[in-house]
Design a protein around this ligand. Structure first.
Ligand SMILES: Cc1ncc(COP(=O)(O)O)c(C=O)c1O
Length: 442
């Protein structure tokens, strides 16, 4: 196990940390040095219960032997293979296995290395699809307020988190946004899908009336908005979006980077909600976070629309040096084996009532103004400190880490999303520790 000074760097300056208050962190660093199953080990040798599956990605738990060995075998056998005009067997095997997990005709897979790349890829496929069908005027993309779709220019353009957008100029032209679905006044402390708010999907009709359907390529939403602080869709909302998209020939993209691979107790949110999009973006749980990987799942009709010109011509001028990287494919295949053999998606579903009761037991705790949950994910919203938004949740994060629990925060919302191997005793520990900390945070 990693111990003390041997794993502590003596210079924290050079690394410009992502999505981190660098100076604050470097003055009081939180360093992780080891991981196994449900726990991290901090650089000072403490066990930290992982309440967030890393960053929503380690769904099968940490350092699973099967994945570690598969990656080790692969790196020794073939470290890298180009994916342009060449192929390697595991990439085809993986695509076929993923396609078999998906409902309907979502049966083609384009590999990327991250969720951000998956989103940009899906947006590009949407634009190109309409063009190859002779509807090149459909260039407008529609996202949603509070949406998070990664940090590429496409993703921040359709995304709706203001701090991720405001510094970066005009971004993509011709983007519009649906309203978000958060409604504290009507839905606070709802268990599962909120009752109120499906009508917000009708705003898409307004955007169609404003821009005309012939200019709109695609709508992209997270089925459950994760990074903005766990917003579960109102009952009927996603179905309504699907209907409006169908009426107007608009593609619907579900960004399932968080909801994919068991988080909701089903393989994907599309299955959970019974609404099928035209494309799905994934990452994170696809490879259990072990090796970076993302993907776009595409309906057959979209793929087929590209397969029409002369056979020697590249159909889509898009891809990454590391698309379908052999290590990522090996990690993903081993991950899918674990999900299947251990029945982890069903496990998440079976545990979700226990999870729901546990997190909702925090109702009434100091400063808690809402608790939301679905599958094995929960959001706990705190009343912000006047003039110091985010301070309360950040203090909770620091205190939880000191007491051996990793939580995630965004503004004043705490998100919990443990690995799907979580035991009831871990859930109790998480809620006990977090509850104790919240009582102390002024
Ligand atoms: C819904 C969603 N889309 C896209 C991304 C971006 O993924 P990545 O950080 O792998 O680029 C994330 C990351 O949290 C996400 O939650």
């Amino acid at each position: 196990m990693a111990q003390g000074a041997s794993v502590s760097p003596n210079n924290l300056e050079a690394f410009w940390m992502p999505f981190t208050a660098n100076r604050q962190f470097k003055a009081n660093p939180r360093l992780l040095a080891g991981a196994k199953d449900m726990h991290y080990t901090s650089a000072d040798g403490r066990r930290i219960l992982d309440g967030t599956a890393g960053l929503w990605c380690v769904n099968a738990g940490h350092c699973r032997t099967r994945i570690v060995e598969a990656v080790a075998r692969q790196v020794a056998e073939m470290d890298y293979a180009p994916a342009f005009q060449m192929g390697h067997p595991k990439s085809f095997e993986l695509a076929a296995r993923l396609a078999a997990m998906l409902p309907g005709d979502l049966d083609h897979v384009f590999f990327t290395n991250s969720g951000s790349e998956a989103v940009d890829t899906a947006l590009k496929i949407a634009l190109a699809y309409h063009r190859v069908r002779g509807e090149g005027g459909r260039t407008r993309l529609i996202g949603r307020e509070r949406g998070y779709h990664g940090v590429g220019f496409g993703g921040i353009s359709v995304g709706g988190i203001v701090s991720n957008r405001k510094m970066f100029g005009p971004m993509l032209a011709g983007v519009d946004h649906l309203p978000h679905t958060h409604d504290l006044a009507r839905n606070a402390f709802t268990r599962g899908e909120p009752e109120h708010g499906a009508e917000r999907a009708d705003e898409l009709e307004r955007l169609v009336a404003l821009h005309d359907a012939s200019t709109i390529a695609a709508v992209i939403v997270e089925p459950v908005a994760g990074s903005t602080g766990v917003l579960v869709p109102p009952r009927g909302y996603l179905r309504r979006l699907r209907e409006i998209c169908d009426q107007h020939g608009i593609l619907l993209i579900f960004d399932e980077v968080i909801t994919g691979f068991g988080r909701l107790g089903s393989s994907f949110a599309t299955e959970h909600f019974g609404v099928q999009p035209d494309m799905i973006t994934v990452a994170k749980g696809i490879s259990n976070g072990t090796v970076p990987m993302g993907a776009v799942f595409v309906r057959k009709g979209i793929y087929d629309a590209f397969m029409t010109g002369p056979e020697q011509v590249i159909e889509l001028f898009h891809g990454y040096t590391y698309s379908a990287h052999p290590l990522a494919c090996a990690a993903s295949l081993a991950t899918l084996d674990i999900y299947q053999e251990e029945g982890l998606f069903a496990r998440a579903r079976e545990l979700s009532p226990y999870w729901e009761n546990a997190v909702h037991s925090l109702k009434g705790t100091r400063n808690v103004i809402d608790i939301r949950n679905i599958g094995l994910v929960a959001g706990i919203e705190l009343e912000p400190r006047p003039g110091a938004a985010g301070g309360r949740a950040y203090d909770a994060l620091v205190k939880c880490f000191e007491r051996g629990l990793l939580i995630r925060t965004t503004a004043d919302i705490i998100a919990l999303s443990p690995p799907l191997i979580v035991e009831k005793s871990h859930i109790d520990e998480m809620v006990d520790k977090l509850g104790g900390v919240l009582k102390e945070v002024a």
